[in-house]
Ligand binder design. Structure first.
Ligand code: EPU
Length: 420
């Protein structure tokens, strides 16, 4: 397994490009199942989760071709299977996103239940409840969700909680349903909006995306389209936390600052000077960060996917901060590793109290999930001495060439390839 070796203390300076958003690319690639026509998707990040999604789609019979740039062309005119097997789903929960499109277009889907996850239980009961409301007959058999429907029928669906992939799955199911579907308590994340915009280009009738009330008038069929994936607000936010921790002056190109309000507000509060235009962010840090408390919330609140990175910044900030994680029940796995670097963090249930220390000291640490890994990289960049982050396959799932981008900003970071 590859590792990252970091020598802390270098300021970050320069300019990098933000990649396309993982969490927008995954549902968008799955939307290719909704039509027999070709879909051309640009700004698709080179990530392990994208590769897994393409492998899954190919297993179903979708033809996918990655062009030399970051475009992927997909065509689902010869789908031969409606089964998403356990071996792929268990490695990536987002595989559940084929359930809605398969059922809507082919009237049948067999999708393995995802099983356990490091950051929380993450059930998919709301996906199932919503599809049942649209008229699907659903059973759980041998670890699989087995869903059937001649044609889904529009209905009003109110999910018990706000769910991002749940909203996406139901939206993809409803676009081909008979009649009007109203999704209440819908997720408002920019990635949901990006998917809706793609579906509209494919001929879907959708209104209200970006609000908690999405109305979808089903159509008989969708057609091909060309789309560019929205910028990754979490990747961009991760680099901003890094420069806030190390000090320096960086510019992020191809970013979407309009989707990053909560993160930018918190980083400004921490002392980062931020200037932003349509697709760029300029950030400067020349002092010790100030501690900033926050609670994670659904969009437009502060994203749970940024919690670990901002916590890493708080470990070296001036003051004490209180962090509350409200989305996932077990998303503090980075705390023990940060503590090994000298961080002082007390956890009580969903609340973490972080007492800022003057400095962290480098150590060997282990990544446990994607965003936890990013927080350890940030800590390593700011720490005194050497840090080795092990098990970075988690990082490779969701950050495109992270070490190369950081290296180009002046970080002393290198990947140590496993011999296996
Ligand atoms: N939930 C249920 N039942 C459901 C669905 C969700 O109880 O049927 C609960 C979850 O257990 C969780 C809460 O509702 O406590 C919210 O979960 P949500 O469904 O919104 O999460 P998700 O759709 O599985 C996406 C992102 C995650 C991100 C969350 C929250 C993708 C592919 N994944 O997951 O991204 O943390 O929304 O914003 O879009 C990451 O990129 O590191 C990542 C984990």
């Amino acid at each position: 397994m590859d590792k990252l070796h970091i020598t802390g203390g270098a300021r970050l300076n320069g300019e990098i490009r933000v990649s396309g958003a993982k969490n927008a690319a995954l549902p968008i690639l799955c939307a290719s199942l909704l039509t027999a026509d070709a879909l051309a998707v640009g700004n698709v990040p080179a990530l392990n989760d994208v590769d897994t999604t393409l492998r899954l789609l190919e297993r179903l019979g979708v033809r996918a071709r990655r062009a030399a740039d970051d475009t992927v062309e997909l065509r689902a005119n010869q789908v031969a299977s409606v089964e998403a097997p356990y071996d792929l789903v268990k490695t990536m929960r987002a595989s559940i996103l084929v359930l809605g499109p398969l059922l809507a277009r082919f009237g049948e889907a067999h999708v393995s239940l995802p099983g356990g996850c490091a950051i929380g239980q993450r059930p998919v009961d709301q996906h199932i409840k919503g599809l049942a409301a649209l008229g699907a007959e659903i059973r759980i058999e041998h670890g699989y969700v087995v869903a059937r429907a001649k044609r889904l029928k529009g209905a009003s669906v109110r999910t018990d909680m706000i769910t991002v992939t749940g909203t996406e799955n139901l939206m993809m199911a409803a676009v081909l349903a008979d009649g009007r579907t109203v999704l209440q308590n819908a997720a408002r994340e920019p990635e949901v909006v990006d998917l809706a915009e793609l579906l509209i280009k494919m001929g879907a009738h959708i209104e209200g995306h970006g609000t908690d009330h999405i109305a979808i008038d089903g159509v008989e069929r969708l057609h091909g389209a060309t789309h560019r994936v929205v910028a990754d607000r979490i990747e961009a936010g991760t680099f901003l936390c890094a420069v806030a921790a190390t000090g320096g002056d960086i510019v992020l190109r191809d970013a979407a600052p309009a989707t990053m309000g909560a993160t930018l507000d918190k980083l400004r509060e921490a002392g980062l000077a931020v200037d932003a235009g349509g697709d760029w962010i300029h950030a400067t840090m020349n002092r010790r960060p100030s501690a900033v408390g926050f609670r994670t919330l659904e969009y437009p609140g502060f994203a749970t996917d940024m919690q670990a990175q901002l916590m890493a910044l708080n470990t070296i900030a001036d003051g004490t901060s209180v962090i509350v994680e409200t989305i996932f029940e077990n998303r503090y796995m980075h705390v023990q590793e940060l503590s090994r670097m000298g961080a002082q963090i007390d956890i009580d249930g969903h609340t973490a109290v972080v007492t800022g220390m003057p400095a962290l000291s480098g150590a060997r640490v282990m990544a446990t999930d994607l965003r936890a890994s990013a927080s350890l990289v940030i800590a390593g960049l700011a720490a005194r001495g050497e840090t080795t982050v092990e098990r970075i396959y988690h990082l490779d799932r969701g950050y495109e060439r992270m070490e190369a981008k950081l290296h180009s900003l002046g970080a002393r970071i290198e990947r140590i390839k496993s011999k296996a």
